[in-house]
Design a protein around this ligand. Structure first.
Ligand code: PLP
Length: 397
């Protein structure tokens, strides 16, 4: 059997692979502290569950329009107006099976073979793979702690070529937690308008910002950048609904129609009764999200100070999301018995096997000197995990 070239080009998701390994270890009775998971550890709010259950009982179990029910699109339009200062009509919205699906649809709708997708690194693992699936070319713009893991206007300008089609922007960022300021986004928007490329603005962590940071939607500045932007959001992170698979995109109608044609012929609609739960999540009380953000903020303080207390680990304070992305370069080249720490992969393997702590190596995000830890874990587990990492790091010579 010959597997297609496209399928062979795509790498497996390292985050999902580690998640599967952690689940397996737990099933074997091993006490693993899980800093790998990319999902809030809270249950979905009861009012959302009730709305979906009610929809099932009312018989809402059939196909819906591919791009979602009108009631949900209207709730999304109201949310974008209320939270983001964005005016869209329901015909400019598509609801997909998760934000990941919306991003993939967008990349397929915009990228021709050979088109370049600018992806600031460290990046969310799926962006380059999506570009490759569309026969596009990922163009990485490397950033590090010196610019707070953000691209500067100069970095962006030097990455633009006549082939540039899209920039994939993610603020607040997975994995670094970086949050772009309004002024920084204004400069990026200016370059996009000037050079005429599209911006996919992945805003799934918008509700999780700390220390007075503000989430700003790049499409909100003016009509010119709005026409070039596809705003992506979803309910996985804001309402702890990762398993429900609801994400959406807002853009010019022509782009949304193209995405709908793709979705028509690949997955059809997101689950019918789940859409009713999503309406309740968006239109109902929002105090759950605020409570979650306060809780994550507390945990962030503990994990950042705990990591910085470990010799060899340097952890910047992230402005958003629920990840820390410490630099571990001082531990590289060290050994424990026969094990050498040559990069983030071997450090993550060492921590998992020797300390029973799961972290994600930075290599998958394009940053081999870092590891990613999610603090969507209980305070008790955060403290236990920090102790274990500290002990494991102290054994390295
Ligand atoms: N975008 C980013 C930056 C993410 O971290 C994730 C999930 O981890 C997603 C999109 C996908 O979210 P969803 O569950 O809505 O597909």
């Amino acid at each position: 059997m010959e597997i297609s070239e496209t399928a062979r080009r795509v790498s497996p998701s390292p985050t999902l692979a580690i998640g599967a390994k952690v689940k397996q270890m737990k099933a074997e009775g091993i006490d693993v502290v899980d800093f790998a998971s990319g999902e809030p550890d809270f249950d979905t709010p009861q009012n959302v569950k009730d709305a979906a259950i009610k929809a099932i009982q009312a018989g809402m179990t059939k196909y819906t329009a591919t791009s979602g029910i009108l009631e949900l699109k209207e709730a999304i339009c109201a949310k974008l107006r209320r939270d983001n200062g964005l005016e869209y009509a329901p015909s400019q919205i598509i609801v997909s099976n998760g934000a990941k699906h919306s991003i993939y649809n967008t990349v397929l709708a915009l990228c021709d073979p050979g088109d370049e997708a600018i992806i600031p690194a460290p990046y969310w693992v799926s962006y380059p793979e999506m570009a490759k699936l569309a026969d596009g070319i990922p163009v990485f713009v490397r950033t590090d702690e010196t610019t707070g893991f953000k691209i500067t206007p100069d970095m962006l300008r030097s990455a633009v070529t006549p082939k540039t089609k899209i920039l994939i922007l993610n603020s607040p960022s997975n994995p670094t937690g970086a949050v772009y300021a309004r002024s920084e986004l204004q400069e990026i928007a200016g370059i996009a308008v000037d050079k005429g490329f599209y911006v996919i603005s992945d805003e799934v962590y918008e509700k999780l910002v700390y220390d007075g940071n503000e989430h700003v939607s790049i499409a909100s500045f003016n009509e010119r950048i709005k026409k070039l932007t596809v705003t992506i959001n979803g309910l996985s992170k804001s309402h702890s609904m990762t398993g429900w698979r609801i994400g959406y995109a807002a853009a010019e109608q022509e782009i949304i129609s193209a995405m709908t044609r793709i979705q028509d012929n690949s997955t059809s609609n997101p689950v019918s009764f789940v859409q009713k739960g999503a309406v309740e999540a968006l239109n109902g009380p929002q105090d759950f999200t605020a409570m979650m953000a306060r809780e994550f903020n507390e945990r962030r303080r503990v994990i950042v100070s705990g990591l910085n207390a470990i010799p060899g680990v340097l952890c910047p304070n992230p402005g958003g999301a629920f990840y820390v992305f410490p630099n571990i370069s001082a531990l590289l080249g060290k050994t424990y018995k026969v094990r050498s720490i040559t990069g983030s992969d071997s450090l993550a393997a060492y921590l998992l096997e020797e300390a029973k702590v799961a972290v994600i190596p930075g290599s998958g995000f394009g940053a081999d000197q870092n590891i990613r830890l999610s603090y969507a874990a209980s305070m008790e587990n955060i403290k236990k995990g920090l102790e274990r990492i500290g002990e494991a790091a102290s054994k390295l010579v």
